[in-house]
Write a protein that binds this ligand. Structure first.
Ligand code: GAP
Length: 429
């Protein structure tokens, strides 16, 4: 884990949040390569679930929602952890992590009685900080989709089963954040709410468990590092009838990447009760109204990024050196091509290399670099996971060919400059 964290900082994937002020603990900023990787991951999710299907509609709903939403969803009453504080060192612990211990595991000090702590972030809407203006930052993106169920029915007229997809920030005042970006208080979720006929819910739930598992493998995650873990009844959230986690074998142990839950008709019924709106679906064939069940694949963007980074990290012995290479899948790799001049002091070579990079930028994320010797430039790009490195040399000025080096095999091809775009397109598809 330390190696991944250090590479993330060194190469500009992820930085400590508010770093110049000593950092705000458990906040992270995505740097130039981190944001590309994160965007590529979100794009891959959206493409496979919204663009490549006919039954899922995308949305982007507000983070601030009516306070009644969180009463209806059960978050006001049920979304809390029990915590104990150490009276000496003031550290805070989740009661379940203490496993009945009466004294602080860090300093041996006396612990307070376990107290309930609601995980929702509170704030006030408008200038007056009183109970009437209290609102919450959403702890899940899901509710934004439930409250829009009728809008989707009215505008898209879908038949069951159909879904709504959303990617967005959520906030939880976690008691024990940690493990780099694994558990933070501000994070991004990618969620599907898939509305189904209750009679088909169990079958469709199984379908989504398999589909979501396969999605991670399709993006190159190692099969040995991914597993499904069905929840037992005692673990289920207050709204769920069943849930299966996709777990990744992180350096700190197997941990949840995504959960697929059968939320039954809990949310639609609750919103109907508190809003007074009829949130049932009308089945035109059976001529009946009913509340659909909801199957919910809910994943974390930050956790997935961390899992893919960990999965892709490779150290290889090349002669007497260790080559660090991020073997990210071609869809996820932040940079597709890097262009270097072999000789930095030859203006014609530099000019040609810059022109090639500029042309490729129109089609692929491409970088130009001339700030080191070729070996150093290769190492730098390997650490970022750049798929191809293109070198312009003296010969290129005569034969209009360049050397293209493959990240994984390190094999080199000599390619005509006017064929480069097709060559890369072929490599990427
Ligand atoms: N709508 C259902 C829901 O929110 P969840 O299991 O609480 O379910 C879904 O969260 C996913 O969101 C998790 O599998 C995880 O990937 C991500 N997630 C939840 N809490 C997180 C946190 N504090 N930090 C980072 N990711 C988190």
């Amino acid at each position: 884990m330390d190696k991944v964290v250090s590479l993330c900082k060194r190469r500009g994937f992820i930085f400590q949040g508010s770093d110049i002020y000593g950092g705000l603990s458990n906040t992270w900023d995505y740097g130039p390569f981190g944001v590309e990787l994160k965007n590529n991951l979100k794009r891959a999710w959206w493409k496979s679930l919204v663009y490549e299907r006919n039954d899922i509609f995308g949305m982007d709903t507000a983070i601030l929602m009516h306070p009644k939403v969180w009463e209806a969803s059960g978050h006001v009453d049920n979304f809390f952890d029990l915590k104990s504080d150490c009276k000496s060192c003031k550290k805070r612990f989740k009661a379940e992590d203490l496993k009945g211990k009466k004294f602080c595991p860090e300093c041996g000090g006396e612990l307070t009685e376990a107290r309930a702590f609601n995980l929702m972030f509170k704030t006030y809407q408008g200038p007056i900080e009183d109970a009437a203006n209290l609102i919450y930052l959403r702890p899940e993106t899901a509710q934004g989709m439930f409250v829009n169920f009728l809008n989707i029915l009215d505008t898209k007229h879908p038949k069951l089963p159909f879904g709504i997809a959303q990617i967005g920030k959520s906030f939880r005042n976690e008691i024990t954040p940690g493990n780099f970006t694994f558990r933070t208080r501000e994070f991004e979720q990618m969620e599907i709410e898939y509305f189904v006929n209750p009679a088909e819910a169990d079958k469709i739930y199984e379908y989504w468990v398999d589909a979501r598992f396969d999605w991670y493998l399709g993006l190159g995650m190692k099969a040995d590092n991914l597993r499904k873990r069905p929840h037992d009844k005692t673990e289920l959230a207050h709204y769920a009838k069943a849930c299966t986690d996709m777990e990744y074998n992180f350096p700190f142990g197997w941990s949840e990447l995504e959960g697929v839950a059968n939320r039954t008709n809990f949310d639609l019924k609750q919103h109907a009760a508190l809003s007074g709106k009829d949130m049932r679906y009308f089945d035109e064939v059976a001529k009946e109204r009913f509340y659909p069940y909801i199957i919910e694949p809910s994943g974390g963007v930050d956790r997935s990024v961390l899992a893919f980074l960990t999965d892709a990290y490779n150290e290889e012995k090349v002669k007497d050196e260790t080559r660090v290479v991020m073997k990210l899948n071609k869809e996820l790799a932040p940079v597709k091509a890097a262009v270097f001049p072999l000789l930095r002091n030859r203006p014609e070579i530099v000019e040609l290399a810059k022109k090639i990079a500029q042309d490729l930028k129109k089609s692929f994320v491409t970088v130009y670099d001339d700030t080191g010797a070729i070996g150093k430039l290769y190492r730098r790009q390997d650490e970022v996971g750049t798929l191809c490195c293109i070198t312009v040399d003296v010969q290129s000025l005569e034969d209009q060919q360049v050397t293209v080096r493959d990240r994984d095999t390190m094999l080199q091809d000599r390619i005509n400059i006017d064929q480069l775009k097709q060559y890369l397109e072929k490599k990427l598809t």
